[in-house]
Design a protein around this ligand. Structure first.
Ligand code: LLP
Length: 421
């Protein structure tokens, strides 16, 4: 996506005027550019051409059916962390044999459901899970394919809450432990342990941690092969970062692909990538409206109709998102604390942000909101989940309508009947 165009014409996305769109769809809502997502997917596929590879989209980034369908149309698989994500992926047309199941807390029921559906492989994160996988597969009379998730103890230089590949993180196992799993593989005949997996963190803006982790995987792979083990698959998780701030310099996909080619030259199996944010973050915006401007003692608050329940990243990670008013006429630049209506101080999108002055009723777009935006939304403060709209070359389709009050409270009931526990 061309960042320059975005900043010059902030009201345009994928040929759709967001101001027009807001006359049809009440704010706040997410809007996603289908062409931006397609572009990101094909850029990655082009860079990997010639390799035996599979891209498995990390569904957690944005699990909306219309987004998953775009992935399915381009031959992309899924990286899932729950049966819910599996079912969404299957319904959207992603075949089971392109689905990898990650996560530290898979339950026996989830493992059984995934085996039943025929998912491609499990990324296993602990010996307890490995034993459970063996037991469930044995009970079902099937063989499960598994990769061991290695924790390479690499500092990805990202926010502590989204770092996953350091030894203090809950993810994966140390190489010494993985070595034992391979050595004792014969004792678990219903698990075909023939893969390596890693994921070192999200929003990574430098190639260096990837280089370190990839070399670590290659060295371990070579050791295992020398011992006679077959490694059919290496899953190179670790999220390519995107430019949230104008000065952010994301890793070029071509450089990332060149590194993979260099480190895994001669590898005879399938390489898997499991990007989430990189494919969808920059394709999405949150369109919101100014409810009011409140002048405090020493600052002005821009109160939007979107809140932390709609986009949690600024509150949770102090994440910086571009915030741009969609009015045309020139206005003086002022500083606002940009906040939502939720009743806590953490409901803040930005502090003292310099931006053109706004008026009540103005539309504002919050940028780079296609990943971990809607997917982390909640109904906190009894605010229904907001609409999501797909844009495609000048057309739009509401792909998730705003939740109704009845839908929000569906499942609740008063204690009409009490049971002895
Ligand atoms: N695979 C695994 C096993 C993961 O844990 C993750 C992300 C991904 C793939 C996708 O990573 P990505 O390509 O999106 O960087 N909510 C946070 C991000 C948490 C990511 C956790 N794991 C945020 O809003 O920044």
């Amino acid at each position: 996506m061309n960042r320059l165009d975005v900043s010059l014409l902030p009201h345009l996305l994928d040929g759709v005027d967001l101001r027009q769109l807001a006359t049809h769809v009440p704010t706040p809502f997410y809007a996603y550019s289908a062409n931006a997502i397609r572009g990101r997917v094909s850029e990655l596929q082009d860079a990997l051409q010639g390799l035996d590879y599979r891209v498995c989209y990390a569904v957690k980034a944005n699990p909306t059916a219309a987004v998953l369908q775009l992935m399915a149309e381009q031959g992309v698989g899924a990286d899932i962390v729950s049966v819910g994500e599996m079912q969404r992926s299957l319904r959207a047309g992603i075949p089971a044999d392109r689905i990898v199941f990650s996560g530290v807390g898979k339950t026996a029921d989830e493992i059984a459901a995934a085996l039943e559906a025929g998912v491609w492989r499990f990324n296993v994160e602990s010996v307890d899970e490995l034993d459970m996988l063996q037991a469930v597969a044995a009970r079902m009379g099937v063989q499960a394919r598994a990769s061991v998730r290695i924790n390479p103890d690499v500092d990805a230089g990202t926010h502590e809450k989204i770092s996953t590949g350091k030894s203090e993180n809950k993810f994966g196992v140390a190489i010494d432990e993985a070595r034992e799993w391979f050595a004792s593989a014969a004792s678990r005949p219903e698990v075909r342990l023939d893969g390596l997996h890693m994921h070192i963190g999200s929003q990574i803006l430098s190639l260096a941690p990837f280089r370190e982790a990839l070399h670590c995987m290659r060295t371990f792979h070579d050791e295992l092969v020398a011992q006679g083990h077959v490694i059919a698959c290496i899953d190179l998780g670790g999220g390519l970062g995107v430019a949230y701030r104008p000065e952010d310099q994301p890793v070029a996909v071509a450089d990332y692909a060149a590194l993979i080619r260099e480190v895994f030259a001669g590898f005879g199996g399938t390489l898997v990538l499991e990007p989430g944010r990189h494919l969808v973050a920059e394709a999405g915006v949150l369109v919101t409206r100014v409810i009011r401007i409140k002048h405090g003692l020493d600052r002005s608050f821009l109160v939007l109709d979107a809140a932390m329940n709609d986009l949690l990243r600024p509150s949770l990670y102090e994440a910086w998102h571009e915030i741009v008013p969609l009015h045309d006429e020139p206005r003086p630049r002022v500083r606002y604390d940009v906040v939502g209506p939720v009743c806590e101080t953490g409901d803040t999108f930005a502090r003292a942000r310099p931006m053109p002055a706004c008026a009540t009723g103005d539309l504002v777009r919050i940028g780079n909101a296609g990943a971990y935006g809607a997917s982390m939304g909640s109904t906190y403060n009894s605010r229904p989940l907001i609409a999501e709209v797909m844009l495609d070359s000048g057309r739009y389709a509401v792909v998730r309508r705003r939740q109704t009050l009845d839908e929000m409270i569906a499942g609740e009931q008063l204690p009409g009947q009490w049971h002895e526990a």
